[in-house]
Structure formats: C-alpha cells, structure tokens
Design a protein around this ligand. Structure first.
Ligand SMILES: [Zn+2]
Ligand SMILES: [Zn+2]
Length: 172
C-alpha cells in the first residue's frame, strides 16, 4: 500500500492494514511462510517530514537450525521514525550527523510504501539461528537421529584430543 505524502491531511492519517501473505514473498530462503500481516500506522506531516508511528504483527514459518523441524515464530514490532524526502538528502556534514540515527529514513517521489516498510520490519525480526525450543538437542552428527525424540546408539568419540594435550602440558 502506497501513501502519497501530499494526501496526508493536516490532522494526520491513520491507516489499518491487513495484508495477505502473498504480498511478502522474497523474504529470503529462511522464511518459509508468512501469515496475514496486521499493522496500524499513524502518519503526521510537518512540511515535508512525515512522522510515522505504529505497530505490526504476524507469524512467520521458520526451520529449526538444530533439528530442521518447521516452527512458527510470532513477529511483533513497534516503530516510530521520521521520514524525509530522499530529494532533500542533507548536505554531507548533516548526513554524517544522521549516520547511525536509525530513526530517520527517506521516502522517494513523494510516496511512502507501507508494504515495503513492513517487509523490512519483518526481515529485521527474523532470528539468525531459529530454534524450535531453547534446549533443542538437534540431530546426532553421526546417524542423523533426532535426539529430541530418542537417544541413538552412537558412542561419543573417546577422549578429547584437546584435553589430553592439556593434561600433558599440566603434567610438566
Ligand atoms: Zn529443533
Ligand atoms: Zn547417532
């Protein structure tokens, strides 16, 4: 959904969004599915700066990084930022001032793309190493048995080369 900055009234604008998952394709191979995304925005305009605040939530489908089981993660975000026209990109020194200021973003051609914004918000929430549970035991590295379901018969390798080396050192 795109908002024309020129259409934002002086008293501000409230937008409720409920986007079907299909809209959010291309979130990377780690994200298998996205359920309906619910979001609400409030936009206020002062001159060309748009103050955007709101929140969003959805469920995303991921795969456990230890055992490979599919899992659902609840994604929720609140945001508050200032949008300034890209065309008004601040001069060099001011740009440096803004570097690292995450609360300022740009919009292009007088249009704010809320869908693209939501897409970014979802991406920010995707965990690096998703886990089906904090204590997921993963798969046996030898036979592939899911250790959450049953222990396999594989023996852990005898001794630890690093440790015996340490013992030698300490014996001296
Ligand atoms: Zn797991
Ligand atoms: Zn095993």
């Amino acid at each position: 959904m795109e908002i024309k900055v020129i259409d934002i009234p002086v008293e501000g604008l409230k937008v409720e969004l409920s986007e079907e998952a299909a809209v959010f394709k291309g979130l990377g191979e780690d994200v298998k599915a996205v359920s309906k995304v619910l979001a609400s925005f409030s936009l206020k305009k002062v001159s060309t700066t748009v103050y955007l605040a709101g929140n969003m939530e959805t469920e995303i489908g991921l795969v456990c990084s230890r055992c490979g089981k599919p899992l659902e993660a609840h994604v929720e975000a609140r945001f508050k930022l200032d949008l300034v026209p890209l065309e008004n990109l601040p001069r060099e020194e001011e740009k440096e001032l803004h570097a690292g200021d995450l609360d300022v973003e740009f919009y292009k051609n007088g249009i704010i793309d809320l869908k693209e914004f939501l897409r970014e918000q979802i991406l920010l929430q995707v965990p690096m190493k998703p886990l089906c549970s904090e204590d997921c035991r993963g798969l046996c590295q030898y036979c592939g048995q899911d250790l959450n379901i049953a222990q396999c018969a594989c023996e852990p390798p005898a001794g630890h080369p690093g440790l015996s080396g340490l013992k030698d050192l300490m014996g001296k």
